[in-house]
Design a protein around this ligand. Structure first.
Ligand SMILES: CC(C)(COP(=O)(O)OP(=O)(O)OC[C@H]1O[C@@H](n2cnc3c(N)ncnc32)[C@H](O)[C@@H]1OP(=O)(O)O)[C@@H](O)C(=O)NCCC(=O)NCCS
Length: 122
């Protein structure tokens, strides 16, 4: 969470996802910064610190659904490079970062978020 003068101005969350039904990886979502506080690097700081905490906790793989032009700067790559796909058919928006080399299963597969995500509307 990003806080300025006791006000929350941004947040990021990571939640468990499965690959081919196996737990372990995390999904980055949602990421948001209050509209008047954008383009100051707050989201970037949240993502970088969040990934460091994931790595420190032993997480090998993090996935995200978002714009590759934004997430590439953190080291996210197109998930299809790892033969991984998501249940929402995100295409190029579906990306992955290996925090531990080789954490992605060699055979690739289907990544699924918690069922709660399917109930969200934007
Ligand atoms: C996306 C969001 C979190 C970025 O927050 P931020 O604190 O402004 O981000 P940063 O300051 O780290 O980075 C800003 C840069 O990212 C770029 N950027 C922001 N959103 C982008 C997007 N969706 N696609 C591509 N680039 C994006 C900006 O153009 C800016 O580029 P610049 O540094 O070259 O000027 C914020 O715009 C937001 O809350 N948007 C609404 C929620 C949302 O779309 N979340 C992402 C879900 S995947």
């Amino acid at each position: 969470m990003a806080v300025e003068r006791e006000q929350v101005v941004g947040h990021v969350a990571f939640s468990p996802v499965t690959i081919n039904g196996d737990p372990g990886p995390l999904g980055l979502a949602p990421l948001a910064v209050r509209s008047g506080r954008r383009r100051r690097g707050i989201a970037a700081a949240l993502v970088r610190e969040g990934l460091e905490l994931c790595q420190a906790a032993g997480t090998g793989l993090v996935v995200v659904l978002g714009d590759p032009r934004y997430y590439a700067r953190f080291g996210f790559e197109l998930a299809r490079r790892y033969a991984l796909r998501d249940e929402y058919e995100g295409g190029d928006a579906f990306q992955v970062i290996e925090l531990v080399r080789g954490a992605a299963p060699a055979e690739g597969g289907l990544v699924q978020y918690a069922p709660e995500f399917a109930t969200l509307s934007v």
